[in-house]
Design a protein around this ligand. Structure first.
Ligand SMILES: Cc1cc2nc3c(=O)[nH]c(=O)nc-3n(C[C@H](O)[C@H](O)[C@H](O)COP(=O)(O)O)c2cc1C
Length: 169
């Protein structure tokens, strides 16, 4: 199963999970890099928060990977002000795909990502969202995160449901 792991990460937590998922699934990794990324210091909360609240567009650097070439697409994002990051929203809206097996995951500092993840499921209707995972501070809580990632990848590797089966969205 040809798999792409596409993710955005400002401070490394989603990156950590994405790299582990890609290694387990022997997948290609696509790090989404916006030109207009917030600074990595404390101002990230101000600029990042403003970008989601005002629905600002992320200007992604060019990438060569085409979702159409893959059977399975895994998408990872941090939770920002309870929402999806502009970079991941831009990826989904500007590179639409259908009839793929999809895995979604989020990383937060402790907040509940369920609402954001169910919003993403809706944006991805027409695909088989086979596995969803929510991580909390994976860089600080690696054991817990690794266990969840192992379960998430096992579900993705094992699920062969026909398309589309995402009836819950
Ligand atoms: C702009 C901004 C908004 C955030 N909003 C939330 C939030 O609403 N709830 C939460 O639990 N964590 C929030 N966080 C924390 C991140 O979701 C969390 O640290 C995540 O693991 C960061 O992933 P990264 O290291 O891959 O960038 C926010 C962080 C930033 C920069």
């Amino acid at each position: 199963m040809k798999t792409l792991v596409a993710y955005y990460s400002l401070s490394g937590n989603v990156k950590y999970a994405a790299e582990r998922i890609a290694s387990i699934m022997d997948a290609d990794l696509l790090e989404l890099k916006p030109e207009n990324e917030p600074p990595k210091n404390f101002l990230k909360f101000l600029f990042g928060g403003k970008s989601v609240i005002f629905g600002e567009k992320a200007y992604l650097n060019h990438f060569d990977e085409d979702p159409a070439d893959y059977d399975c697409i895994v998408i990872g994002t941090p939770l920002w002000a309870n929402r999806v990051t502009p970079a991941v929203r831009e990826f989904i809206m500007e590179h639409p795909f259908e009839h793929k097996k999809v895995g979604l995951f989020a990383s937060s500092a402790g907040g509940d990502a369920e609402e954001m993840l169910s919003h993403l499921r809706k944006l991805l209707a027409g695909n088989n969202v086979a596995a969803v995972m929510s991580l909390k501070n994976p860089l600080k809580m690696r054991e817990e995160a690794d266990a969840k990632i192992d379960e998430f990848t096992a579900v993705l590797k094992g699920s062969n449901a026909p398309f589309p089966v995402d009836a819950s969205s």
